[in-house]
Design a protein around this ligand. Structure first.
Ligand code: FES
Length: 333
């Protein structure tokens, strides 16, 4: 038995088995909706369900009156009202055996892993999207591409070292010439290119990676919008790619950089730095965010704190907050 899931106000519909979650069924049918973790943590896939019955487990990230589409399963035909949706080509997702050509430490706990695709092969993705690394035990790990899409024969990953993390151990031992199996693209975090609103990018640690892709892509395409980047780290060394920031400062008119450092001494020593968390840095720098777009990447609690400041306290429209929440551990396929 399968149920029919219809997007409210459209004639777009897809099938979903009773034991399948609604987001998964939509993606397999080539319909993409906002999502990030697929584990019920980030809340990005929350949607109203105006008609039908479903099993929807309780979750902290579930807003009142909404359901997390990555967690709920249908018990009848449904009508759903996601915040956004568009059609994708499921066949555009491809698996590659990529070769490591550089693996270097960018900070004590961050590796910059550069992969090259086999000769003649190109990866097709949008800036902000992520890939999954296929590990020998069959599990997967998600990493955002840090390079822009036009550099389509390479993949740059920023790997944060997680104590005891399975891929952390593998990544540490990777040397030039080793291979990794990767599948891409995944994810709905991407630049709204048709907009011209000022952008605020708020990232924590390696949440910098997808925003780097996004800003490099803007440079390449000649998209010029005022951009403020708030990058949170423990100390100055955690801002592990200063050359990328310097390049945007030089080439993107209206680019502003606010480091948010937990180490107060480092913050004092750095021009324009804020001593404290990224959400407090946003609070201090922006009396209002009405008319802005916010792009936020980091841990689920960090994303939730930034969303709270932007939407609840600074007047940002909720639909202008885009996020990618990094949840450690195996990826959901
Ligand atoms: S909660 Fe569903 S994608 Fe994160």
């Amino acid at each position: 038995m399968v149920f029919d899931i219809r997007i409210a106000g459209t004639d777009v519909h897809f099938s979903c088995a009773p034991d399948q979650n609604v987001l998964d069924a939509a993606l397999r049918a080539g319909i993409e909706m906002p999502y990030s973790c697929r584990k019920g943590v980030c809340g990005n896939c929350a949607a109203a369900v105006p008609a039908g019955t479903l099993h929807s487990p309780p979750a902290e990230a579930r807003p009142p009156g909404q359901h997390l589409l990555c967690q709920c399963t249908p018990q009848s035909d449904l009508e759903i009202a996601p915040e956004a949706w568009h059609r994708i080509d499921p066949a555009a997702r491809k698996t590659f055996t990529a070769k490591v050509y550089r693996n270097a430490l960018a900070a004590d706990d961050v590796s910059l892993l550069q992969l090259r695709l086999p000769a003649g092969q190109r990866a097709r993705f949008k800036a902000g999207q992520y890939l999954q690394v296929l590990l020998p035990d069959g599990s997967r790990r998600s990493y955002s591409m840090a390079n822009p899409p036009h550099e389509s024969d390479t993949l740059q990953l920023h790997v944060r070292h997680v104590p005891g993390g399975q891929f952390t151990g593998i990544a540490a031992g990777l040397a030039a010439g080793d291979t990794l199996r990767v599948e891409l693209p995944f994810g709905s975090f991407e630049l709204r290119e048709e907009a011209d609103a000022p952008m605020l990018c708020v990232v924590g640690g390696t949440g910098f990676a997808p925003v780097k892709s996004l800003l490099d892509d803007m440079l390449k395409k000649g998209i010029r919008r005022p951009v403020t980047l708030v990058w949170g780290a423990r100390d100055r060394a955690g801002l592990y790619l200063p050359a990328a920031v310097a390049r945007w400062q030089k080439l993107l008119p209206g680019f502003r950089f606010i480091p948010a450092l937990q180490d107060a001494d480092d913050a004092r020593a750095m021009d324009g730095a804020f001593a404290g968390r990224v959400d407090d840095a946003v609070r201090a720098a922006f009396p209002s965010l009405a008319g802005h777009e916010v792009y936020c990447c980091g841990s689920p609690p960090m994303v939730a704190a930034v969303r709270q400041v932007c939407v609840q306290e600074r007047g940002l429209e909720a639909h202008d907050f885009f996020s990618d929440a990094f949840v450690p551990g195996p990826a959901v396929r």
